[in-house]
Every structure is written in structure tokens, then in C-alpha cells.
Design a protein around this ligand. Structure first.
Ligand SMILES: Nc1ncnc2c1ncn2[C@@H]1O[C@H](COP(=O)(O)OP(=O)(O)O)[C@@H](O)[C@H]1O
Ligand SMILES: [Mg+2]
Length: 343
């Protein structure tokens, strides 16, 4: 539905948006730029005449808009896009009947630059934290192996190790998130998921044991190699397993399955834990999101599942979750054996 029916109303509308300082542009249904107001021309640092007649499907500096049209992005959801070399903006798109599409642009270049700075600083700090953390872990191991400890000493050492483990997880999450944000390419090689899943289970075995949680697993001995980024996919499994353990009460069970179906390999991590109420399920893969009032174990960054989701997506796979409060949760990751990783 639209109030803009013809070209003259469109021109009027763009001029009015201009008065409010809003940069706006209209493309026809085939993506050819028809009109832009002077706020948009100023934002793009281009002459309006130069852009009119260009197709967003062919003109590289406007290509992100092409994707928006093709994806038919839900109309109210603004997208953060880079246009030209110099511009980051928030773009809203509205279908306007037979005229095509109306785009409205908000310049967020300053905000983006600030965010990049913050992320870079955070990244540096996290890198710097890694060395002392490793030293603490190493020395705690030395204490553990330096002879019999009395009960109190063992208790304090266990506590220390738990805190180190939590901190280590948070540092890794933030580094992983920064890595994903930088859109660095995956390191793709043939990998054996049985070995990868087994490793992840080994990494978390002692923590599960400490919480008196048993990990059951069924891993096929022979499984064809899958093309993927070993390090990143290992973080996927570690994150899912760590959650399963964290959100399950003492005495509970976690199970891991791995199998192949046609040209996909499927990893399933289930737990008998506290579960997630259905109203929160749509949000759990968002950054920093944590389900409220899950009284057990408050520590965490809320980044784990966002990382899992992005890594799976970049492998052209899918992730699904089923959960019932009080009964448990099941996360299922499907990964294609092979894919072109051109992007
Ligand atoms: N296996 C699970 N059982 C119950 N809740 C879970 C499970 N996995 C994830 N969640 C919920 O989803 C939220 C997001 O998970 P995640 O991104 O890993 O963050 P974090 O573990 O740091 O809180 C968690 O805070 C938790 O509320
Ligand atoms: Mg987590």
C-alpha cells in the first residue's frame, strides 16, 4: 500500500523528505534509479544526474541495495549497509506500488567508526588477557600435580579453575565475535567431524564430571570428510556442549549424536536441563541475548549462540532448536558436506 501513485507525487515526496534533511531515492521495479533528492546526492557525494539511470543491480557502489530488493527484506527492517567507499548508512526500503522502491538513508559512518574502534580496542585487550590467563591455568595445573592436596586446598583450587574456565570462555567468545565481524575468510579443509566432536567432548568432560552430568555420545567410526573450518566448527560444538552442561542441573544428562544423511552431516546436542520458554526462543541467537530469570549459573556473555549461528551460516548450514522448560533442549546443526566457499 502506498500513497505515492505517480511521478509528480514522488518528486513532491522526495522534496518534502529533503526539507527534513532525509536522504531519499526512488528506483523503479527493475532497480534503475529514477530520482534522488539533494540530501541523498550530498550523502553519496555524487551529482543526481550521474546516478539517475544507473541500475543498482549493476552499479557496484549501490550493489547492497540490489541485495535488499532481491531478498525483499521485510520493509520496516532497516539494514546497515556500506554504499560507495565512504558511507555507512542505515537503509529503509519501502515498496511503492508500480513506481518501484523508495529508499531512505541515515548516515551512521561516525557511529560505525566508533564501533570499529571499540571493537579493535576490545580485541587488543582480549589478546593481552590470553597470556596471563594461560599462565594462571598452567600454574594451577602445576599446583594440582605437585602432590596430594588437602580438602580445603583442593576446594579452593577447583574454584579457581572454574573461574579461569569461565573467563577463558568469555575472552574466546569476544575474540571469535571480533573475528566474525571482520568477515575474515574461513580456513576450509577436509575435516573429520567424529574427531572434532570427540575433541569438544574431551575439552568439556571434566567440567561435566564436576557438575555430575554425564555425557552420552554416539559417533560413527567412519564418516566421510566434510569441507569446513575446523577451528570454527569446533567452537560451535564446544559452545553448544558448554550450554548444555551449564543449563542442566546436577545429575542430568547431555547427549551428543553425529550422523550423515544424504550430503549433510548432522550434529545434535541434547540436554535434560532447564529448557527455554518458547517466547524467548526467537531471540537466543542474537548477540548478548540471555534468557531472563534462568537462576542457574548467571555467568556468560550471551555471545556463544550468536557465534554458533554465524559460523553455521557461513558454512551454508542450518541450526534448529527445540526446547521445553523443565525437560530440556535439543540443538541440531546440519552442515553440507561440500559447498563453494567463494563468499
Ligand atoms: N542448552 C540450553 N538450555 C537452556 N537455555 C539455554 C541453552 N543454551 C542456551 N540457552 C539460553 O540461551 C542464552 C544464550 O546462549 P549463549 O549465547 O550461549 O549465551 P551464554 O551461555 O553466554 O548465556 C543463554 O543465556 C540461555 O539463557
Ligand atoms: Mg553459552
Amino acid at each position: 500500500m502506498s500513497l505515492i501513485h505517480d511521478t509528480s507525487t514522488a518528486i513532491q515526496a522526495l522534496n518534502q523528505l529533503n526539507i527534513f534533511g532525509l536522504a531519499a531515492m526512488i528506483c523503479d521495479t527493475s532497480g534503475v534509479v529514477q530520482l534522488l533528492n539533494s540530501a541523498a546526492a550530498a550523502l553519496f557525494q555524487q551529482e543526481p544526474g550521474y546516478l539517475e539511470g544507473q541500475s543498482v543491480h549493476e552499479f557496484e557502489a549501490l550493489a547492497p541495495l540490489s541485495k535488499m530488493i532481491k531478498d525483499d527484506t521485510p520493509q520496516i527492517t532497516p539494514q546497515k549497509l556500506q554504499l560507495f567507499d565512504h558511507l555507512y548508512c542505515l537503509v529503509r526500503m519501502q515498496k511503492i506500488g508500480r513506481l518501484g522502491f523508495l529508499f531512505i538513508f541515515d548516515d551512521i559512518s561516525d557511529l560505525k567508526a566508533r564501533e570499529d574502534d571499540q571493537l579493535a580496542t576490545l580485541n587488543l585487550v582480549m589478546h593481552d588477557l590470553k597470556a596471563p590467563l594461560t599462565a594462571i591455568k598452567g600454574n594451577a595445573d602445576l599446583v594440582q600435580n605437585s602432590g596430594p592436596l588437602n580438602e580445603k586446598q583442593q576446594k579452593y583450587l577447583d574454584r579457581l579453575m572454574r573461574s579461569v574456565h569461565i573467563m577463558d570462555g568469555m575472552v574466546r567468545d569476544i575474540l571469535d565475535m571480533a573475528w566474525l565481524d571482520a568477515e575474515e575468510p574461513l580456513v576450509v579443509e577436509p575435516i573429520n567431524l567424529t574427531r572434532l566432536v570427540q575433541n569438544a567432548i574431551d575439552v568439556l568432560g571434566s567440567i561435566a564430571e564436576e557438575q555430575q552430568i554425564s555425557i552420552e555420545y554416539q559417533l560413527p567410526d567412519v564418516l566421510p570428510d566434510l569441507e569446513g573450518d575446523y577451528r570454527r566448527l569446533e567452537r560451535v560444538v564446544v559452545n553448544l556442549l558448554a550450554n548444555a552442561i551449564k543449563y542442566t542441573e546436577k545429575g542430568g544428562k547431555v547427549s551428543v549424536q553425529l550422523w550423515q544423511e544424504e550430503n549433510q552431516q548432522i550434529i545434535r546436542v541434547s540436554d535434560t536441563g532447564i529448557g527455554i520458554p518458547s517466547e524467548y526462543l526467537p531471540h537466543i541467537f542474537k548477540r548478548f541475548y540471555r534468557v531472563p530469570n534462568q537462576d542457574k549459573r548467571t555467568e556468560g556473555s550471551g555471545l556463544g549462540l550468536a557465534i554458533v549461528h554465524t559460523v553455521v551460516e557461513r558454512h551454508h548450514g542450518t541450526i534448529e532448536v527445540e526446547s521445553e522448560p523443565g525437560k530440556g533442549s535439543t540443538f541440531t546443526v546440519r552442515l553440507p558436506l561440500r559447498h563453494t566457499f567463494a563468499d
